[in-house]
Design a protein around this ligand. Structure first.
Ligand SMILES: NC(=O)c1ccc[n+]([C@@H]2O[C@H](COP(=O)([O-])OP(=O)(O)OC[C@H]3O[C@@H](n4cnc5c(N)ncnc54)[C@H](O)[C@@H]3O)[C@@H](O)[C@H]2O)c1
Length: 273
């Protein structure tokens, strides 16, 4: 998909990878970009920043949105359609981490399930009707390398990101021959507040998850956005800003026992155990 004259919505657009995608998309002369985030002030700041640099023809709007609420996703899709035309690309990107294990309270599991999984279901429900009727639409799901592998120190994150990958694959298999293009973005170790906190310290509060963050090779959100634009142009399903993740996934699939052992050793090394 080329982004010229397209109508795009990005959730989690107020920060990190979402903000970088909005900024990068704006350089491709889309018709409209909707920067949507739970933090409406952050979304507005990103929209202002883009407006100051983008061509005058690019319409940029900011919207406060909680992706955990299906009605809010339906409303933003309908409103965007009315104001700018049919949505061409929906980037279901907002996500949260917990830094917790199975002991995480049920409310934490519920919340991350809604944000990291159900939000993609809600987006698909809101968009599929029009997309299948028109014969074209593009959904980008931001999952994670954790959805292909695991995330040491964060059980709810690992589980929900695996679910997000599974959903993206299911949608692609089910509707790919009817005009639905699905992309599944699986970054690893990106310098954003999710990992490093707003102040650059770890954004997750468990010792292990924080140590994993520090042990990683880290890339910038702008690199992720560049990779996304190239992958959209090639209509690729799996988007890996760090290509070595494909080797890790192959190693996991090729010999699960060996891979689990290697992950346990990595965990022991990081925790000093
Ligand atoms: N940073 C990484 O290393 C990394 C790696 C793999 C995957 N990811 C994924 O990338 C996506 C973006 O994360 P990021 O690293 O840019 O983090 P970030 O914290 O910088 O940005 C996430 C944004 O999502 C918003 N958000 C959170 N809950 C929301 C909700 N209920 N409704 C609407 N918006 C909400 C936040 O306000 C924030 O602006 C997430 O899905 C994350 O899991 C990040």
């Amino acid at each position: 998909m080329e982004l010229t004259d397209r109508v795009v919505i990005v959730t989690g657009g107020g920060s990190g990878i979402g903000a970088a995608m909005c900024r990068r998309f704006a350089t491709e002369s889309p018709r409209a970009i909707v920067v949507a985030d739970l933090d409406g002030v952050a979304a507005a700041a990103v929209a202002d920043q883009i407006r100051a640099r983008a061509a005058a023809s690019v319409r940029v709007v900011a919207r406060a949105l909680d992706v955990a609420e299906e009605s809010q996703i339906g409303a933003i899709v309908a409103e965007t359609h009315l104001e700018h035309g049919a949505v061409d690309l929906f980037c279901s990107n907002a996500g949260i981490a917990t830094g917790m294990g199975v002991e995480a309270p049920d409310e934490v599991w519920e919340q991350i399930w809604h944000v990291n999984v159900m939000a993609h279901v809600y987006a698909a429900r809101a968009l599929l009707g029009n997309w299948l009727a028109g014969g074209e639409g593009h959904l980008l799901v931001t999952a994670s390398a954790a959805g292909l592998l695991t995330n040491l120190g964060d059980a709810p994150y690992s589980v929900t990101k695996h679910a997000a990958v599974a959903l993206a694959e299911w949608l692609s298999v089910t509707y790919g021959d009817r005009g639905l293009h699905v992309s599944c973005l699986c970054p690893q170790g990106v310098r954003t507040p999710l990992l490093f906190g707003a102040d650059g310290a770890s954004g997750v509060d468990s010792g292990l998850a924080a140590e994993v963050v520090k042990a990683q090779r880290v890339i910038e959100p702008e690199e992720v956005a560049d990779t996304v634009v190239a992958a959209l142009a090639d209509d690729r399903f799996l988007i890996l800003p760090r290509p070595e993740v494909a080797d890790y996934e192959r190693a996991r699939a090729g010999d699960r026992e060996r891979w689990l052992g290697a992950m346990r050793r990595l965990q022991a090394r990081i925790t000093g155990g």
